[in-house]
Write a protein that binds this ligand. Structure first.
Ligand SMILES: [Zn+2]
Ligand SMILES: [Zn+2]
Length: 262
């Protein structure tokens, strides 16, 4: 059985297709998924997925790319995080890829938003789901400055270097691999995946995006997460069943057990 640790089932590409998606998951042996929140406005829909299905959980957070949306406070995030089946704060982090003509200095609003999420994660004792793109140095710096290691969490859809992976592991974080791991051009990332200890690896789809080979370019769903596990197993020279079991156990340790303890 496989777990998809990061998907967006409330996005327009997938909303309204839930029964088909759940049937495909069951057929593919994907027995659990974490539904990720990207705005406060979206939270109720993401939360309904988690409360309506005993194999779904959800996060609460505002994605760094989201603009012209409600800006969350530590209090907002903590209040929503106290609801049943909310097991993580995020996705949050920094994304300097789409600056839209702005300088990195002008992205202070993103850094402030990330700090708010780290403080909420520490306050609620929930792990962080971190998105970082073209911004790894600042992402790590803010985690250090805010004491993010106390919350822990995962660097999701990892596409960074070996050095960043090492720094994330040193902070106690997990590293999640997506369908990008199967892309022909991702040889550097495959080296990183060989290096990350299996007991710190998660797998995800980030659906509806980033469908793994052989479905690349199509709309992605959680049913495709076994392709990521298969690639990771090949890189580590292990049976895929072992990678499935380990990543499922890691998911439980990071998200499910945390929520049951609180
Ligand atoms: Zn992301
Ligand atoms: Zn995402």
């Amino acid at each position: 059985m496989y777990v998809d640790s990061h998907c967006h089932l409330s996005f327009p590409e997938l909303a309204g297709r839930l029964s088909g998606i759940r049937a495909a998951m069951a057929a593919a042996g994907v027995d659990r998924a974490l539904c990720i929140c990207t705005t406060l406005e979206e939270f109720d829909r993401v939360h309904a997925l988690a409360t309506g299905h005993d194999n779904f959980w959800c996060s609460v957070g505002v994605h760094p790319d989201q603009e012209e949306i409600a800006e969350p406070s530590v209090g907002d995030l903590s209040t929503l995080a106290a609801r049943p089946r909310v097991v993580a704060i995020g996705e949050t982090g920094l994304d300097y890829f789409r600056l839209a003509g702005r300088s990195v200095e002008q992205m202070e609003w993103q850094r402030e938003r990330f700090r708010v999420h780290i403080r909420a994660a520490i306050a609620t004792a929930l792990p962080l789901v971190i998105h970082t793109r073209s911004a790894s140095e600042d992402t790590l710096r803010l985690l250090h400055e805010e004491g993010g290691a106390r919350a822990g969490g995962v660097f999701h859809c990892f596409t960074e270097t070996m050095a960043v992976a090492r720094a994330a592991l040193d902070l106690g974080f997990y590293i999640s691999f997506s369908g990008i791991l199967t892309f022909k051009t991702a040889s550097e990332l495959r080296d990183v995946a060989r290096f990350v200890p299996l007991d710190r690896c998660l797998i995800e789809t980030d659906s509806p995006y980033l469908a793994p080979v052989p479905h690349r370019g199509k709309t992605n769903t959680p049913a495709n997460v076994p392709w990521v596990a298969k690639q990771l197993a090949e890189l580590k020279g292990l049976p895929v069943a072992e990678v499935a079991a380990a990543t499922s156990r890691n998911f439980e340790n990071l998200f499910v057990r945390t929520s049951e303890a609180t």
